[in-house]
Design a protein around this ligand. Structure first.
Ligand SMILES: [Fe+2]
Ligand SMILES: [Fe+2]
Length: 321
């Protein structure tokens, strides 16, 4: 059983998450806590907690597949690239997204069943560790359950995560580090893989917390003499970052946030929840020679229901086209 942890030899730029940044982020988090949690969110949480056992009993087949959290599948996706460094042909990326505060043993077991026993090159999490509503009290147990599930996976180059719009940075960042997951909040890391480099840039949620620091880090250290041997991946809670990432010369954006629409009544009657490029709300899209990939995520928010949108962990494999 592998313990999550950092691979040796990695360097992170900048090496620390700027404390002033997290402080200023916390000030932006407070208004949501005030408006949603205290005045709007609390009654629905109580109501949902009350009806949740009932929802779990509902089985309407393909209409509402019980409680959405009961279904979790591993989706495998190949991402072809012309000119991919040979050393990265077959490089695997396991992507977790949007757990939304599931602190239950049942949820952890479901995740372990989905991902356990696998060996991959890296594991990334694109945020929303927190619960269903903005401003919910922090439940450290949820992240600890994620940590237990991750111990069932062997990741050659480590475990990385960024923050979602539901996450409180000052609480989630240390909790992630405690379970052996390296947060990347407007930072990047370079992983040597044979004679190639995998650069992972973690961007704070661009839907609500996009700052000049995020845009700067997308451009920092790009180019250079070894650039043809470097594969550049951006982990961002939402795909709102796609234009800036493509302009900076990145090869891949991995994101979540939309839950794939979560309740997809029809293609048009689907909540897409993106400021830019709503078409990126789900699946894989080739955009300006860069793949933009959005996971359906693992959990749900607001209502514990999914429709035509299964919960998923995605396993990407890079391929030479
Ligand atoms: Fe989410
Ligand atoms: Fe989100």
């Amino acid at each position: 059983m592998a313990m999550p942890g950092l691979a040796p030899m990695l360097t992170i730029t900048p090496p620390e998450i700027e404390p002033r940044y997290l402080k200023s982020r916390a000030e932006k988090e407070l208004p949501l806590e005030f408006s949603f949690h205290k005045f709007i969110a609390s009654p629905p949480i109580a109501v949902l907690d009350a009806v949740s056992p009932l929802v779990k009993q509902i089985s309407l087949g393909w209409i509402i597949k019980k409680d959405a959290r009961l279904l979790l599948e591993l989706t495998t996706v190949d991402l072809p690239y012309p000119g991919l460094p040979k050393a990265l042909d077959g490089f695997t990326i396991m992507h977790l997204a949007d757990r939304h505060g599931d602190a239950s043993d049942e949820g952890r077991q479901r995740l372990e069943k989905c991902i356990g026993g696998r060996t991959v090159d890296i594991v990334i999490d694109s945020g929303d560790q927190y619960g269903k509503f903005h401003g919910e009290p922090f439940n450290r147990m949820a992240i600890e359950q994620t940590g237990k599930a991750l111990r069932s996976v062997e990741s050659k180059y480590g475990f990385f995560a960024t923050l979602g719009d539901h996450d409180h940075g000052t609480q989630v960042v240390p909790a992630l580090m405690d379970i052996g997951v390296q947060p990347l909040v407007n930072q990047f890391v370079r992983l040597p893989v044979s004679d190639a480099i995998v650069r992972i840039t973690g961007i704070d949620d661009p839907y609500r917390f996009y700052t000049p620091a995020a845009k700067n880090i997308l451009h920092t250290g790009m180019g250079g003499s070894n650039s043809e041997n470097e594969f550049r991946m951006v982990v961002s809670h939402s795909a709102d970052i796609a234009d800036d990432a493509a302009d900076a010369g990145h090869n891949l954006v991995i994101s979540g946030h939309t839950h794939g629409g979560q309740i997809c009544i029809t293609e048009r009657l689907t909540i897409r929840h993106l400021r830019h490029h709503p078409e990126f709300y789900r699946g894989q899209h080739l955009y300006k020679d860069m793949w933009v990939c959005t996971s359906n995520g693992i959990g749900t928010s607001v209502v514990p229901i999914r429709y035509k949108c299964p919960a998923q962990v995605v396993l990407y494999t890079l391929k030479i086209a």
